[in-house]
Write a protein that binds this ligand. Structure first.
Ligand SMILES: Cc1cc2nc3c(=O)[nH]c(=O)nc-3n(C[C@H](O)[C@H](O)[C@H](O)COP(=O)(O)OP(=O)(O)OC[C@H]3O[C@@H](n4cnc5c(N)ncnc54)[C@H](O)[C@@H]3O)c2cc1C
Length: 394
């Protein structure tokens, strides 16, 4: 096998699949020039794991958002499956979206393009990169695209101080298909959609859930206003030259976690039936394991007894803490604003041919960077730099 490649794409999630689709649409011959690395050896493994594991019926994003360059492609694919589009904006069902992505992968013969390995380190060598893999192999790539997801789980301080066991876990570790929760009391910490989905699925299995958030529960159709998909808000965002101010715009637009109105309505219904307790403006101070349950002490003097604690506390996106980037930062220092890199207009790390997608491209792509819509925007910026020599780094 060739161990010297042109483009290494690290991660095989929706961001990477979107990039590959856009790349091949632009230039079919690019297929011979890239390799994708992901420990699962499959496309979209993490996505399917989270949708299956949380038992989510449909996407939050409308049907125009998906990896194919033609926004209509999913709607056309699902023409005869109209009952799998959910109101209010034709939100695609989980299975429909999965089948659509599988169809793209088959049609473009991408099944065997994911190499089953984790990239453990990235070393700049002259103007190239050495990738050291979990398999013990080393590859050399001229260009690298990082599409590695949102970063590491955020663990609150109180949870860092106690001994972990399977009855305390971050949402990214949960697979409801493997649990039997009948009769259990579960504390879910965090006010985002992930927590909402977990709460509803757990009650369906017969559990009672306490859903706790630092602030009031926010109800929003999308995690960022659709104005962020186009010039309405992005024009002002891109015109902002103070990077800290841009970061603030990003934070304000996302405004922490939120639930969709549909999930919030279902939670209130479950609340009326006594299966969900909503606990806004409340924080855990300490949790102590007592042989068969947790005693949880909260900042409003409440003491809760629960069987499990799940953390829906999100992920931290910080290039300064990502081990894959430590040698890159040493060799090519660049400005970092609260964990986010200041990339060039092609989402390229300044000074080298390393491109970043997803949440890491937030300062350039805006608040939807981590979503499917952001993947398309990022691909539009990266593809010209990968295909045209005029935009290659000089
Ligand atoms: C419950 C839930 C529902 C969501 N619903 C929507 C929705 O409806 N619409 C929407 O637009 N967004 C949604 N999102 C956001 C969603 O996470 C992103 O759209 C999408 O999964 C991000 O894609 P990604 O490719 O960046 O990351 P991932 O899907 O996490 O893929 C990254 C891949 O990179 C791999 N990887 C990481 N490090 C390495 C390494 N060192 N070497 C090799 N491989 C590596 C991982 O194994 C993983 O397979 C949702 C998120 C959650 C949690």
């Amino acid at each position: 096998m060739k161990t010297s490649i042109d483009i290494a794409i690290i991660g095989a999630g929706p961001q990477a699949l979107t990039l590959v689709m856009h790349l091949l649409q632009k230039k079919k011959t690019m297929k011979k020039r890239f390799m994708v690395f992901d420990p699962s050896g499959r496309w979209m493994h993490q996505w399917h794991h989270q949708f299956g594991g949380f038992q989510i019926s449909h996407l939050r994003s409308p049907s125009a958002h998906h990896p194919h360059p033609n926004p209509q492609a999913l709607r056309t694919f699902g023409e005869h499956r109209r009952n799998e589009f959910f109101p209010p904006y034709d939100l695609p069902g989980t299975q429909l979206f999965q089948d659509f992505c599988e169809d793209l992968i088959q049609n473009w013969q991408l099944q065997n393009t994911v190499y089953p390995a984790r990239v453990l380190s990235l070393t700049p060598v002259q103007r190239k990169f050495q990738l050291h893999l979990s398999t013990g192999e080393t590859f050399t790539a001229r260009r690298v695209v990082l599409a590695i997801g949102a970063g590491k789980p955020i663990i609150p301080d109180w949870a860092k101080q106690i001994q972990w066991r399977d009855r305390l876990c971050h949402s990214s570790q949960i697979d409801l298909r493997k649990l039997n929760l009948r009769g259990e009391r579960i504390l879910i910490v965090g006010g985002g959609l992930t927590s909402g989905h977990l709460a509803l699925s757990a009650t369906k299995q017969g559990a009672t859930v306490i859903l706790m958030a630092r602030r009031n529960f926010q109800e929003k159709l999308f995690d960022a206003d659709p104005g962020w998909l186009g010039p309405k808000y992005l024009k002002g965002f891109w015109a902002e030259t103070d990077w800290y101010q841009r970061f603030r715009l990003l934070e304000t637009a996302r405004n922490g976690g939120s639930m969709t109105p549909s999930v919030m309505t279902q939670l209130r219904q479950q609340q009326h039936q006594g299966k969900v307790i909503l606990s806004p403006q409340c924080e855990v101070e300490q949790a102590v394991w007592q042989e068969n349950h947790w005693d949880v002490y909260c900042n409003n003097s409440q003491l809760l007894n629960v069987d499990r604690i799940w953390l829906g506390t999100g992920h931290q996106t910080n290039v300064e803490e990502h081990p894959l980037l430590s040698l890159i930062r040493e060799r090519y220092p660049l400005q970092v604003i609260n964990g986010l890199p200041v990339l060039d207009s092609h989402l390229r790390w300044r000074g080298c041919e390393l491109f970043m997608m997803g949440a890491y491209a937030g300062l350039q792509v805006g608040p939807v960077a981590r979503n499917l819509a952001g993947a398309r925007m990022a691909s539009d910026l990266i593809v010209p730099a990968l295909t045209k020599s005029s935009v290659a780094l000089k």
